[in-house]
Design a protein around this ligand. Structure first.
Ligand code: GLU
Length: 454
């Protein structure tokens, strides 16, 4: 880097970002995630010219590699279907690549890269030895039979196995990939490798290497994180009104823990719409519909006639609440929706999904004094327990639910403390977006300086 740039952090960051824009012009989600992080890092480069000298930002934003492959599989009519599979191996400075697999029709290279890029910093924040990666496919699991899901997963792993391994790259679940899919993927990996490499995937069922509390980890972790935010504001979940979007794994266990802490959760959703239950969501019904029967959330009102189902998802943010937990997917809260939440008195917003708020929404929350918990800190509990699953697999042991849950709780507290300390140190007290980006980045950047490879 030239001396001029070393002395001008803002210009350095702008330069790297404009190169990134021209190289990735057709990847809006990736550029959105990168921009959010880049904006936070200017103060770090001001204080650490050595990162500019070693051009850390430009190096970190280019993935180590991206693998894309054909997945051909046979449906129940014996027709051959073709999907595209991906694995983005972004950064393995502090551990093997680690991150979930998403099976959803919207999956493309931009989505994979935004998720994998975020994952680097999220994983670093957990303090566990895991690098950043992500993968998936544009395969749509909706409406597929169990046998079709199995054949798809086997075909996917028949290609992916060359690139993964317990010390190389460790996938897990994400949207559309749960314990069932992880089981099929794992069985196929074991068949091909002819070895019991338990730690090649996390999110397995307990009994063949899965960690207890992994299913609950992201949702519970989110609520532990919010408890820390509230504690700093001398408050708790008790009697708070909470709106949660989504009704997948993250949402369900966020609702469970928020209710456990005395909150009243009044809404949740799926891709078809949302339910509002003024008396408080009956989680047993949601769990049965979503985890056992695979039904739509609209069915909830047949069991709770006083609840209301509304088609379409956007309206969920018009429900007045103290705490909003977006746990569905990326870009589900824009500037208008953020302003509505604020006008209705929201005090805390914390992200269970990855990048659910766009940049305008984040700025609205920060500017109006809403406590805002960004995804890479607030939803890191899932991948943190994945790292604990890897540790248990490596040492061929199991921990109890209570042991894992206690470690998760400690990790979420320390993510909150580190993010909040970093924000303070760099002059952005109370801004957990800046704090978590900086805390995660610094850990990886220091590793890159030590490695010293170009
Ligand atoms: N997909 C989850 C995430 O976004 C979990 C990843 C993992 O456990 O590896 O962090």
């Amino acid at each position: 880097m030239t001396t001029a740039l070393i002395n001008n952090a803002k210009q350095y960051v702008d330069n790297v970002f404009s190169k990134l824009q021209s190289k990735n012009a057709h990847q809006p989600e990736f550029l959105q995630a990168a921009e959010e992080i880049f904006l936070s890092l200017v103060p770090v480069f001001e204080q650490h010219p050595e990162y500019i000298k070693h051009n850390i930002l430009e190096r970190i934003v280019e993935p180590d590699r991206i693998v894309s492959f054909r997945v051909a599989w046979q449906d129940d009519n014996h027709d051959v279907q073709v999907n595209r599979g991906y694995r983005v191996q972004y950064n393995n400075v502090i551990g093997p690549y680690k991150g979930g697999l998403r099976f959803h029709p919207t999956v493309n290279e931009s989505i994979m890269k935004f998720l994998a890029f975020e994952q680097i910093f999220k994983n670093a924040l957990t303090g566990q030895p895991i690098g950043g990666g992500k993968g998936g496919s544009d395969f749509d699991p909706k409406g597929k039979s169990d046998a079709e899901i199995m054949r798809f997963c086997q075909a996917f792993m028949t290609e992916l196995y060359r690139y993964v391994g317990p010390d190389v790259d460790v996938p897990a679940g994400d949207i559309g990939v749960g314990a069932r899919e992880v089981g099929y993927l794992w069985g196929q990996y074991k068949r091909i490798r002819g070895a019991y490499e338990s730690g090649v995937l996390t999110g397995k069922k307990p009994g063949y290497g899965g960690s207890l509390a992994r299913t609950e980890a992201t949702g519970y972790g989110l609520v532990y994180f919010v408890s820390e935010m509230l504690r700093e504001a001398n408050s708790t979940f008790l009697n708070k009104t909470v709106v949660v979007s989504g009704s997948g794994n993250v949402a369900i266990y966020a609702i469970e823990k928020a209710q456990h802490f005395g909150a009243k959760v009044v809404a949740c959703s799926d891709s078809s719409g949302y339910i509002y239950d003024a008396e408080g969501i009956d989680l047993k019904i949601v769990k049965r519909l979503k985890e056992v029967e695979g039904k739509r959330i609209s069915e909830y009102v047949t069991y709770r006639p006083n609840a209301v189902f509304t088609a379409g998802c956007e309206g969920i943010w018009t429900i007045p609440c103290d705490i909003a937990l977006p746990c569905a997917t990326q870009n589900e809260i824009n500037g208008d929706q953020a302003r509505t939440l604020i006008a209705n008195g929201v005090k805390v917003v914390a992200e269970g999904a990855n990048m659910p708020s766009n940049l305008e929404a984040i700025n609205e929350f920060l500017d109006s004094g809403v406590l805002f918990g960004p995804a890479k800190a607030a939803n890191a509990g899932g991948v943190a327990v994945s790292a604990l699953e890897m540790a248990q697999n490596s040492s061929r042991t199991y921990w109890t639910f209570q042991e894992v849950d206690a470690k998760l709780h400690d990790i979420m507290k320390s993510i909150f403390n580190e993010s909040s300390e970093a924000a303070k140190k760099y002059g952005y007290e109370g801004n957990l977006v800046v704090g978590s980006n900086i805390a995660g980045f610094v850990r990886v950047a220091n590793g890159m300086l030590v490695e010293g490879v170009y």
